[in-house]
Ligand binder design. Sequence first.
Ligand code: GLN
Length: 481
Amino acid sequence: MFRFSTIKDYHNALQNGQTTCVEAVRFYADAIAQKQHLNCYIDVYVAEALATAAALDQGRKDGLPMGRLHGVVIGLKDVLSHKAHRLSAASAILENFTAIYDATVVKRLIDEGAIIIGRQNCDEFAMGSSNENSAFGPVKNAIDETRVPGGSSGGSAVAVQAGLCMASLGSDTGGSVRQPADFCGIIGLKPTYGRVSRYGLIAYASSFDQVGIFGNTVEDVARMLSVISGADSFDSTVSQSPVPDYSREIAEKSARPYSIAYFRETLEHPGLDPAIKAETEAFIKKLTASGHSVKAIDFKLLEYIVPTYYILTTAEASSNLSRFDGVRYGHRSAQKDLDLTDLYKLSRSEGFGREVKRRIMLGTFVLSAGYFDAYFTKAQQVRKILSDQTKSIFASFDMIISPTVPAPAFAIGQKNDDPVEMFLADIYTVFANLVGIPGISLPLFKHPNGMPFGLQVMASHFDEVSLLRFSRDLMEVGGKA
Ligand code: GLN
């Protein structure tokens, strides 16, 4: 029977003739069909994937070179444009919309031989932390199906967790890759802002959004990152700096012990689950014992980062989502004889879900004439202070560590009536997006309630090499490699 461990092993098995891409696709198609109730895929492209797989198998027989993702079976969060396939950001406002071009990341995957197996469920327009805000219904955590998988990229996380693809792409605006990775017990990486093109990614908050990667091993994530990173003439916010071969870089042993900081306030936070606090503290001791230097530093601004994030992202969202007007594409109200204003109003009222409406209203409010300076300008100032502080921290430290989320996966429905409680749980992840640094969640721990949880590691801008090297070491220290 087909078994997947790492992309490298899979490639060896293909080269030795022990398996084929067709066999891999059949395996995943069966597994997805068996686990349909998890609701992590919105669409599955079995016939198309089998045809691609057959062509790849033939290519190997004909002696064609293998791409870096040859035959790798990958799922895409429903915010990434995939030409001639449905794309809806899990929203009714984009029902029946078909993408007319490939996102840059999708094109790069396909060019390296990846097989796209399907479109994955998420929170509507990537707004949420539980995957309950989806027009396609909630996704279930495969470890405990009564619990949420996290969000917004919940479907993409569960697909990797439950063995329903080899890796997947999500998006991370405030934690949407790292938080579901934490809840599901897998690896989730958010690269530096500007490392990966956003062309073809449906925008939530453009100065925060980054495409991120879910995988089972640091090696697989590194390989995916090398493929999707780098300059793109379609997105001027992408850095021109050359893309390292991350796989090769991490294959070499870490050159030195790292100098690591953690914010004292994160571990002393009253909202932090005691078991998560205890495990994280014990792990810090292990790190010190294994030769790294770990120091607590003061971070007085912790309480400001969630409000700053929600002011700025809702402001950007209210602008980005104004393009969904019922005129050009997506849902249009069926009511007759509407004037233009009512057509906009009704189409948007019918098409958007509750959380998206809440954020459009919040964003419109913080941008409105009388409140702009009190909210938007202030939040921009806090963001600038955070960036300055981050630079000075990385002048003395290589990494910052923290728990990824203050509590493990919660029950489906548990937080639905309290959006503020849901927002506050983003406390550890939004920082990396506010200042643009890369962050990863590593599945190192298990809560006494049986659920997994992670350690978040953040590095300086464009230092994914150190981040991934250190991550590989941490998986070893944590006995997970
Ligand atoms: N949970 C955060 C939010 O709801 C993060 C979302 C994201 O990263 N897309 O905004």
